[in-house]
Design a protein around this ligand. Structure first.
Ligand SMILES: Nc1ncnc2c1ncn2[C@@H]1O[C@H](COP(=O)(O)OP(=O)(O)OP(=O)(O)O)[C@@H](O)[C@H]1O
Length: 654
């Protein structure tokens, strides 16, 4: 524990601040100095009186406690234990909310009486603005654990106190409240700091664990034995492995900041993929797994799956590769396309057409901008058809290096080339046997490979690279592309014969900005991302999101909603502006300015058009009058108007 300056030195320093506006840098803690300045700026004076308004009445306190139910429920048992540790030492244990209002206090009668005199009682506000420098208010303002001793308090009336406070943070890094031990300054104990800090972490862990049912929980520590202790790290993951929150230790060990919530994938942070961790849990639920962070540091991890999921789902060990972009598991049976349908007319028409060819030997070509959901659509077609019990094999032709694509697709014989597996490979086409082969970004397939694919499609046989017998194959073919394949074929960039072969039916999926079901789609995405609770969206925000162009389409939008959902606190149920990532807020603001400018240009154009119309009417009136006064003599009327007769005839016809 640091040794604070003497009472006299503190008074002199505070006096200097009052008289000269500066504070000696030596001896005064930087947090205290900053807080003194804030207290002064709030209009407080060390000997000043307190206002009655800084105390919530009974009804206000009741409302506050109801709104902080979760925090209170998980803090009370910890506070009981804490109080047992400090009993008999002229102290009290206090819980305040994030605005510094005291919600629960435990103390001995004689000290409580003294504390009441300085309003250390439930309902009182200990925000710095009201009480000047004090552990509760200053811990809130500085966002860190702090001890304020004797004369460090800004108000002289509080100088008999020594107080230690620690903030309580939510899983998404939001300040929920403060835990504090306040006592007589002569009875201060160096261990108080550690006690308060540990108790605050215990409350945080209880809160995180209690609200984590919809998420996968990782309990971690650098030592195996550290798991389950108050010092353990906790990281929360969505079902598909995105980090959605964690306690401070967990986030620190993962080298994550609150800004990473919603955008960090666990498979990119650890050397053991999520599927493997889940599978390990299935076999040995209480055994921590040793993992390495990608920088080589070792951690022990105990995984707790989402509640109610594991018994029904055996995790898959067969795919140990980190999944850069995990996709939801396929719908078991039924009309999977109908389940994706949220009402857009063009999307529905595409689905209706695709439904008709599902199960028939007609290749489907899905066109649409990147991220519109082409692969999801293809999976739904597969899951809706008679081949749904067989594999759906997806290959992104743009992602496989050109020199490997042939081996990847068609397989190879043992030792076919340097670096090949010793026992050869059947190839992805054969893996799709009986099911569906999905060739994404088919437009990016090299021309030589296009010829090979065409042969396979015609002959329905594959022969592996490097020799070996041809093998008969049977699969449904779905291809997807973001480019206009017909144009590419016309320009010779894509083989026309292959184009006609894969284009049994072409469907075009609409970009997000043109979808007519934005509100329903948004609701569906939010529900999928928050399976355990009802979450909505503020109507103004929905409208702004609807007007955004979304160049990354559904992929981008789903990611934004995922992050926004992760930013919701446990007691929040409505996504609003504050929950959006900063870059999206910037984009939306920029878009709003562009829209305003476009509206202004449009209205100017309309005004200009309408005044042009008025001018035309005026001219016609003038011409009619001139003709009338010239009794139909057009040459005279033209002379009156100062124009030629031909011009008069021409203008009358406009
Ligand atoms: N209807 C939907 N419901 C929920 N999420 C969706 C939906 N459609 C798309 N997504 C999200 O968008 C992401 C992109 O979808 P998908 O990979 O199917 O698009 P794509 O058009 O094939 O993209 P690319 O052209 O880049 O291959 C998915 O991972 C998913 O998170």
């Amino acid at each position: 524990m640091r040794t604070p300056p003497t009472a006299l030195a503190l008074r002199q320093a505070r006096q200097r601040l009052l008289e000269h506006g500066d504070c000696p840098s030596e001896g005064i803690d930087v947090h205290v100095a900053r807080s003194w300045r804030r207290s002064l700026a709030a209009g407080l004076l060390p000997g000043g009186r307190l206002m009655d308004t800084e105390h919530a009445n009974a009804a206000e306190l009741k409302r506050l406690m109801a709104s902080q139910h979760e925090l209170l429920v998980h803090s009370r048992p910890v506070m009981d234990v804490l109080f047992a540790q400090v009993q008999g030492s002229q102290s009290m244990v206090i819980l305040a909310d994030a605005r510094g209002t005291l919600m629960h206090t435990l103390g001995q009668a004689d000290f409580l009486q003294r504390a009441q005199q300085v309003a250390l009682s439930c309902g009182a506000s200990w925000h710095e603005q009201h009480r000047g420098t004090n552990a509760i208010g200053t811990a809130l303002a500085e966002g860190c654990e702090i001890n304020i001793h004797g004369g460090e308090h800004f108000l002289e009336r509080n100088e008999f106190l020594t107080c230690t406070a620690a903030p309580i943070m939510s899983a998404t890094g939001k300040l929920l409240g403060v835990l504090d031990i306040s006592g007589d300054h002569r009875a201060g104990h160096p261990h108080t700091h550690g006690l308060v800090s540990m108790a605050a972490r215990l409350i945080e862990n209880r809160l995180i664990t209690a609200t984590a049912a919809p998420y996968i929980r990782l309990h971690l520590h650098t030592q195996r034995e550290g798991i389950g202790t108050v010092a353990e790290g906790i990281v929360l993951l969505s079902g598909d492995g995105w980090v959605v929150g964690g306690n401070r230790a967990g986030m620190d060990w993962m080298r994550l900041a609150p800004a990473d919530i919603g955008s960090a994938q666990i498979n990119t942070l650890l050397d053991v993929p999520l599927n493997t961790l889940l599978a390990q849990h299935y076999h040995r639920p209480t055994e921590p797994v040793r993992v390495q962070r990608l920088n080589g540091e070792t951690l022990f991890v105990l995984i707790q799956p989402q509640q109610g999921t594991l018994s029904g789902r055996t995790p898959v060990l067969a795919n140990p590769q980190p999944q850069a972009n995990p996709t939801p598991p396929p719908t078991p049976a039924g009309d999977a396309l109908a389940q994706l349908d949220t009402g857009d007319v063009r999307w529905r028409s595409a689905a209706d057409k695709a439904r008709r060819v599902a199960g028939k030997p007609i290749p489907l070509l899905i066109q649409g901008e990147s991220g519109v959901g082409k692969e999801l659509f293809a999976r739904a077609v597969h899951d809706s058809g008679p081949r749904r019990a067989k594999p759906f094999v997806a290959i992104n032709c743009a992602a496989v290096p050109e020199n490997l694509i042939e081996a990847e697709l068609f397989g190879y014989a043992p030792g076919a080339f340097t670096g090949a597996r010793r026992d050869g490979s059947p190839g992805r086409v054969r893996e799709a046997q009986g099911g569906t082969l999905f060739l994404d970004e088919i437009g990016d397939m090299p021309l030589a490979m296009q010829a090979r694919l065409l042969r396979v499609l015609q002959e329905r046989q594959v022969s592996p690279l490097g020799g070996g017998p041809s093998v008969a194959v049977d699969f449904a073919l779905i291809c997807a592309t973001h480019c206009k394949l017909r144009e590419a074929a016309e320009q010779g960039r894509f083989r026309s014969d292959l184009y006609y072969r894969i284009n049994g039916l072409t469907v075009q999926l609409p970009p997000l900005r043109e979808r007519t079901d934005f509100a329903v789609l948004t609701k569906r995405l939010i529900n999928d991302l928050n399976p355990a609770r009802q979450v909505g969206m503020a109507p103004e925000l929905l409208e702004r999101l609807r007007q955004h162009p979304w160049p990354g389409n559904l992929r981008q939008y789903a990611n934004v909603l995922r992050t926004a959902s992760a930013m919701l606190d446990t007691d929040e149920t409505c996504i609003d502006w504050v929950h959006l990532p900063d870059d999206v807020q910037d984009d939306l603001s920029a878009q709003a300015h562009t829209n305003q400018a476009q509206d202004a240009i449009k209205s100017e154009t309309i005004q200009a058009a309408s005044s042009a119309l008025n001018l035309q009417e005026l001219a016609h009136d003038a011409m009619r009058q001139a003709i009338h006064s010239s009794r139909g003599n057009m040459s005279q009327a033209a002379r009156q108007l100062g124009i030629s007769r031909q011009t008069l005839y021409r203008k009358l016809n406009t």
